[in-house]
Design a protein around this ligand. Structure first.
Ligand SMILES: NC(=O)c1ccc[n+]([C@@H]2O[C@H](COP(=O)([O-])OP(=O)(O)OC[C@H]3O[C@@H](n4cnc5c(N)ncnc54)[C@H](O)[C@@H]3O)[C@@H](O)[C@H]2O)c1
Length: 245
């Protein structure tokens, strides 16, 4: 049985990825800084292991990976959003966002890649964001971190291909889950956003989970270094949003 480790698996998109992986027959390591949430989610699975760890702390991540014992697939999903204009952004908070969204991807990927190298291969999927492709106002640190995640994905794919490790990213669009849930409680925002999406709806956590499982699986055996945008087509619709006569 293959083992999939998902960071930030205690809620939102990470929880959906954990459930989908469980359904697909993986043994699932659910890592989260919210230990109770990680344990509760793991207990709800057929074959889950809860792991309390802060992804930005290399020692905690290494200990959690050692506890799990094997990692065939790593999904770097943990993330935080900080909003506000860059002109006023506190540098300490900027660093926190980079630490959790970007540096932690390197930390967990390095720990998992060492296991994968010893085991003869594996697959890593990093959760980026369309923010890393098209910046939106007041998300400066997040945008920089997510653009970095895509660059790091390419870099790791180049360095770790020789170990049989594929590294890809998923860039979700407007997803009605997790950190965006409060935002979409506003009905006007919700319908304006949904109508901007060519497919006419917001994304669901399961839309992201299915894309992650595809990239993790042997169906993607020759795919590495790619970012798969899962956004209902919205990043291609910039010109479609412009006013016309
Ligand atoms: N929801 C969206 O619209 C959306 C869109 C694009 C990308 N994303 C990305 O999807 C991923 C999941 O986000 P979500 O929307 O499910 O939000 P969420 O807040 O529900 O999930 C994030 C999880 O990460 C955990 N976490 C935070 N800091 C941590 C740390 N230091 N160590 C370990 N765990 C930590 C949280 O406890 C939480 O369980 C994030 O990387 C986010 O940037 C979300």
């Amino acid at each position: 049985m293959r083992t999939l480790l998902v960071t930030g698996g205690g809620s939102g998109i990470g929880a959906a990825i954990a459930r989908a992986a469980d359904d697909a027959g993986y043994r699932v390591g659910v890592m989260d800084v919210e230990t109770k949430a990680a344990d509760a989610l793991a207990e709800s699975l057929k074959n889950g292991v809860g792991l309390g760890a802060d992804v930005a702390d290399a020692d905690q991540v290494a200990a959690a990976v050692a506890d799990l014992g094997a990692v065939d697939v790593l999904v770097n999903n943990a993330g935080v959003l900080a909003t506000g204009p860059l002109i006023d952004h506190d540098p300490a908070d900027f660093r926190r966002v980079i630490d959790i969204n970007l540096t932690a991807v390197f930390i967990a990927a390095q720990a998992a890649a060492r296991c994968m190298r010893d085991a003869g291969g594996g697959s890593i999927v990093n959760i980026a964001s369309i923010n890393g492709i098209h910046p939106s106002p007041n998300c400066g640190a997040y945008t920089a971190a997510k653009a970095g995640v895509m660059g790091l994905t390419q870099q790791m794919s180049v360095e770790w291909g020789e170990f049989g490790i594929r590294v890809n990213a998923v860039a979700p669009g407007f997803v009605d889950a997790g950190m965006s849930t409060p935002f979409y409680q506003n009905a006007a925002v919700r319908s304006r956003r949904a109508s901007a999406v060519p497919l006419g709806r917001l994304g669901e956590a399961d839309d992201i989970a299915r894309a992650v499982l595809y990239l993790a699986s042997d169906a993607a055996s020759y795919v590495s270094g790619q970012t798969l945008t899962v956004d209902g087509g919205v990043i291609n619709s910039v010109l479609a949003q412009l006013p016309r006569d």
